[in-house]
Design a protein. Structure first.
Length: 598
């Protein structure tokens, strides 16, 4: 009973209005909330105070909604909106990541005064990290488009201090807002990544429209490719739920890091660390490894609780069937049998009722927490080995690209790992050998064994066959009892024995009812845990992993070029992500909690 009465965490919550505290310090294993900022450079002097107050209020509102999460602000540190937002974020304890589109000298020369240059240096010295974007074109305005693309790719929310008018030049505030709201057509043919925009109304330095609108705030919800899907109200709720999921994961992660630090470290060590790489600490791969370890540990915790809850429901459901058969059979109309029937039914449905009444994981319960954390861990595993080999591919571009629902938070979490210090890579040969040893070979052992241990596929297949035999046996028992009851009924009728007074016949009727209920229960257990499907999945992945191991080993022996080895890792990673997505879809379609009512 301890599992079901454990304290639940409220994730879908409304922000309170208590005193403002500094943002949660960044800690390895936590997923940061990434907020980008764009806006005009020059405002009327009388408007600056209103704009600063509005920006601070927007940051505080997000912080209140995610009290357990660290926050990052992406800012170009230009004059005006960028600098105002950076100062407000630093005051609230946020990490600030500077995004500079040109060299520092060129950026300084674009500032309007010595005072502005001094303010820039002060802000930059307080930033946690910075990225200087390489020029992708000699076109004068391309640098601003590059910044817009970076903000849209890495940011989860956008604060736009803007007058709402079209951009006066290429890469202006209106272009950033448009890219954030609508995205761009991609080669995969899926909806592009988009995000919500917090529009803080402002006016330029020489605009003359009414000042009462300055500082007012409104939300602009995503509209992918400007298709006008008519889902504005749905999108608003979805994006608040994304924030709630990220904050909920961080709350669980902090508890896990505090109470199970050694277990988290063990999960992290299973990835393997590049011993020769002294700069690994603080790199993107290091941050990914911590999120993987926490997500992996949490998935095991909630997998166990999910299974315990499901077994609880099945056991008491079966007891309820037995009590009901006693009440309608040998103990007909016995009040104690009826009382036990009701009691067992209440116990059987209690976990599901508790889930309905709980806000844990947005009402999804331990089932959703297990599936989400497992999916995040598997995607982080792929991202980790890609990054160690200098691959810039993002799993967020591939994984769950068509699942734009409550799973969107997983893709947001994957993107957040790219903010911060620059990755320093292993040498080429060391990186590929490292991935072969710690990723591909370990996965092959997991899926198809190594000669000493049974493969995961064979174990699941044996379980499926055992449950099939159990169901068949129970059904034969039902058939035997039914035949016995028919024969007994005919004999008793021929001998003129009153049927209602025969306890044996009632017991036979009870027996086939119980056996039939037990067979259905076992079949339900097998269907929900999907042993057959998982066995086939493990066999497919085992074969693919073995082929990848052979290809990578041959490539390393031949000293093939870097692009060929990276293509092998990319292909295997994409296949692993697709397979995990299929597994996630399968388990979500067979939730353990609601299977009894299906």
């Amino acid at each position: 009973m301890r599992t079901f009465f454990a304290k639940n965490t409220v994730l879908d919550k409304q922000p309170d209005h208590g005193p403002i505290a500094l943002a949660v310090p960044h800690q390895p294993g936590l997923v940061p909330v990434i907020v980008a900022v764009t806006g005009h450079r020059y405002f009327a002097s009388q408007d600056i105070g209103l704009i600063e107050a509005a920006v601070r209020a927007s940051l505080i509102d997000l912080q209140r909604r995610c009290p357990h999460s660290p926050f990052w602000l992406l800012s170009g540190l230009a004059e005006g909106a960028d600098s105002i937002a950076a100062r407000c974020a630093l005051e609230l304890g946020w990490q600030v990541h500077a995004v500079i589109p040109v060299s520092l000298q060129d950026h300084e020369s674009s500032l309007s005064s010595a005072q502005a240059r001094e303010a820039f240096h002060q802000l930059r010295s307080r930033c946690t990290s910075s990225t200087i974007l390489p020029l992708s074109s000699e076109a004068p305005d391309q640098k601003y488009l590059d910044v817009a693309g970076y903000l849209c790719q890495q940011g989860q929310w956008l604060i736009a201090v803007w007058d709402g008018k079209p951009a006066e030049g290429c890469g202006g505030t209106a272009d950033v807002v448009r890219l954030f709201e609508q995205g761009m057509v991609n080669a995969a043919g899926t909806l592009p990544d988009t995000g919500p925009v917090i529009h803080i109304h402002a006016r330029r330095q020489h605009d003359d429209f009414a000042s009462e609108h300055v500082g007012s705030q409104s939300y602009r919800w995503p509209n992918p490719l400007n298709l006008d899907l008519g889902q504005t109200s749905k999108d608003s709720g979805q994006w608040w739920r994304v924030l709630a999921r990220i904050d909920g994961f961080n709350l669980l992660a902090r508890d896990c890091l505090d109470g199970e630090a050694s277990e988290v470290q063990r999960h992290r060590q299973s990835l393997g660390f590049p011993e020769s790489e002294t700069s690994f600490a603080g790199s993107e791969a290091d941050r990914i490894s911590w999120i993987y370890a926490v997500a992996d540990r949490l998935s095991l915790r909630y997998q166990s609780r999910r299974l315990n809850s499901f077994l609880w429901m099945l056991r008491f459901s079966l007891l309820a069937i037995v009590a009901e058969q006693l009440y309608t059979g040998p103990l007909e109309n016995n009040p104690y049998a009826l009382a036990f029937t009701i009691f067992f039914v209440v116990l059987a449905v209690y976990p599901e009722v508790a889930r309905w009444r709980s806000d844990f994981w947005g009402g999804g319960g331990e089932e959703a927490a297990y599936l989400d954390c497992r999916a995040l861990a598997e995607a982080c595993r792929v991202q980790y080995y890609w990054r160690l080999n200098g691959m810039t591919d993002s799993t967020a571009d591939i994984f769950l690209a068509e699942q734009r629902d409550e799973l969107e938070w997983i893709r947001q979490a994957l993107r957040s790992t790219g903010i911060g210090s620059t990755e320093r890579l292993l040498s080429v040969n060391d990186g590929f050998a490292f991935a072969l040893k710690h990723w591909i070979i370990n996965q092959r052992k997991f899926f198809i064994g190594d000669g000493e241990h049974n493969s995961r596929a064979s174990r699941d297949l044996k379980k499926a066959e055992r449950y099939d035999r159990t169901v068949s046996t129970l059904l034969f028992v039902v058939l035997g009892l039914l035949c016995g009851a028919v024969v007994t009924h005919l004999v008793m009728k021929a001998m003129h024995i009153p049927l209602t007074d025969n306890v044996w016949l009632a017991s036979v009727q009870m027996g086939w009812g119980v056996a039939l209920g037990a067979a259905a229960t076992v079949k339900l257990y097998q269907r929900t845990l999907a042993h057959h499907e998982n066995a086939r999945r493990y066999e497919r992945m085992g074969l693919l992993t073995r082929m990848t191991e052979i290809s990578m080993t041959e490539a390393l022996l031949r000293q093939s070029n870097v692009s060929a080895c990276r293509d092998i890792l990319r292909s295997y990673g994409c296949a692993a992500l697709r397979e995990n997505e299929h597994w996630l879809t399968l388990l979500r379609s067979r939730p353990a909690g609601s299977s009894l009512s299906a």
